[in-house]
Design a protein around this ligand. Structure first.
Ligand code: SF4
Length: 433
């Protein structure tokens, strides 16, 4: 467990690639402007009538909203920011520098979280350059000490603060629990699917006394509850326990057609919500390559078989590479998204597993992967093609699906409050996918 402020190694390598970027940070996002920034903008452009008028047209006020959402930038119908210039660069930043930018524009793609007094810096995979650096390098997720007065924390006042409160056992023990989860995820002698099953079992072991709002650590019960927490975490360090979960889990075979159907609904719903041309092109390509445009249960089973075949191809020809994408992205998720945002650890592990399943389908259905899998043998640029497909798939899902109401309500609808044996069962179902 780190005791000092950290940033993940790939963020030390991050530089915005600006006009060479295949996306723009703000496309498809809702960009709030705080009250203080709105006034600063007004004061700066007051002597420039043309620019003042332009800003008035591009920004709409949000009467009665919180001061952090005093106004919103009105995105163009294609989802892009109206303040981008012809080279797709931010005209506001070009003319006036960073100080005039809304918080989200000034901080993206950095994700800064303060755990008590300690700061952690990671990145948002919604940025293609972050996705590349995070997925492709073996050492991308190593925590490094955060340099003092760091440019990696551009607006410290906007940092998300997670209180570590001794009276709230869920947050107070969160770093210890996350450290145990990270250790489990690093047991790479087991496939990721088995490691997700282990995380599910660990969460299930804590499920009846460690969750948001637990009373089990109050007063005289505290010492016993802490001893039990520690005993469960230590159990999941034991090689025999892990081996046995792996063996039981790998004996499980479940039909994947229903999972394919769920993922298809999410992708279609997000495409229908008008998430921009890059995302729509990818989803259309996936639906076509897996023959999932329409159709009932039989077609879902057929798509699942195609998916499973592609997956066998990926494992046989590019196993190490593909495992790295999924390992890095899952470890990254633990750093970037605190589990205390979920009502229970099991609910969090379920979402983690659902996300891996959707990413697996997206990568296997990617038209470039379909093309590679039909080639008689790998070509010299196969790995590069695969990397490009993976970066596109992970980035576009991070940007358009993972935080979306469709995906969040799917997860919530499937497991409700996310506790009990039923939720563990669903973790195992999606982990087998
Ligand atoms: S998405 Fe990332 S690389 Fe692209 S312009 Fe934004 S910060 Fe730069």
């Amino acid at each position: 467990m780190p005791t000092e402020s950290t940033l993940l190694r790939y963020m030390t390598r991050f530089r915005c690639i600006a006009e060479r970027c295949e996306d723009t940070c703000c496309s498809g996002l809702k960009v709030p402007v705080s009250e203080s920034h709105w006034h600063r903008m007004q004061a700066t452009v007051a002597p420039l009538p043309e620019e003042a008028e332009r800003l008035r047209q591009c920004i709409s006020l949000n009467p009665g909203g919180p001061s952090t959402e005093h106004a919103f930038i009105q995105m163009r119908p294609d989802g892009h920011c109206p303040l981008l210039d012809t080279e797709r660069l931010c005209s506001l930043q070009r003319r006036h520098g960073d100080t005039l930018l809304p918080d989200i524009c000034a901080t993206f793609p950095r994700v800064v979280t303060r755990w008590g007094e300690r700061v952690e810096v990671s990145g948002s995979m919604a940025c293609p350059e972050v996705a590349r650096l995070c997925l492709l390098e073996e050492d991308a997720l190593e925590p490094e000490p955060l340099p003092a007065s760091s440019a990696h924390v551009p607006r410290p006042e906007t940092t998300r603060h997670l209180p570590v409160d001794p009276e709230d056992a869920y947050t107070f023990h969160a770093e210890t629990v996350r450290a145990a989860m990270l250790r489990l995820l690093h047991r790479r002698e087991y496939p990721l699917a088995s490691r997700l099953a282990m995380l599910g079992q660990l969460a299930y072991g804590l499920d009846d006394f460690y969750f948001r709002g637990t009373e089990a650590f109050r007063g005289e019960e505290r010492a016993a509850a802490e001893a039990r927490l520690s005993e469960v975490l230590q159990r999941f360090e034991l090689p025999d326990v892990l081996r046995s979960i792996h063996q039981d889990f790998t004996g499980l075979t479940l039909p994947g057609g229903p999972c394919v159907g769920l993922f298809r609904s999410v992708l279609k719903a997000r495409m229908a919500a008008g998430r921009g041309e890059r995302f729509s092109t990818l989803v259309r390509g996936i639906l076509e390559s897996l023959r999932l445009e329409d159709g009932g249960a039989k077609d879902l089973d057929a798509a699942w078989h195609t998916y499973a075949e592609r997956w066998r191809y990926l494992e046989a020809q590019h196993g190490e590479r593909v495992h790295r994408y999924f390992h890095n992205s899952t470890v990254h998720q633990l750093w970037r998204s605190p589990f205390t945002d979920s009502p229970s650890l099991l609910a969090y592990v379920f979402r983690l597993t659902l996300r891996v399943g959707l990413l697996r389908l997206t990568l296997a259905g990617h038209p470039r992967v379909a093309e590679l899998s039909h080639a008689p043998s790998p070509t010299s640029d196969s790995q590069e093609q695969l990397d490009r497909a993976a970066v596109e798939a992970f980035q576009l899902l991070a940007k358009h699906v993972e935080q979306s109401p469709d995906f969040l309500s799917l997860a919530e609808g499937l497991v409700g409050a996310g506790r009990g044996a039923d939720t563990l069962g669903k973790v195992l179902v999606f982990a087998t996918f």
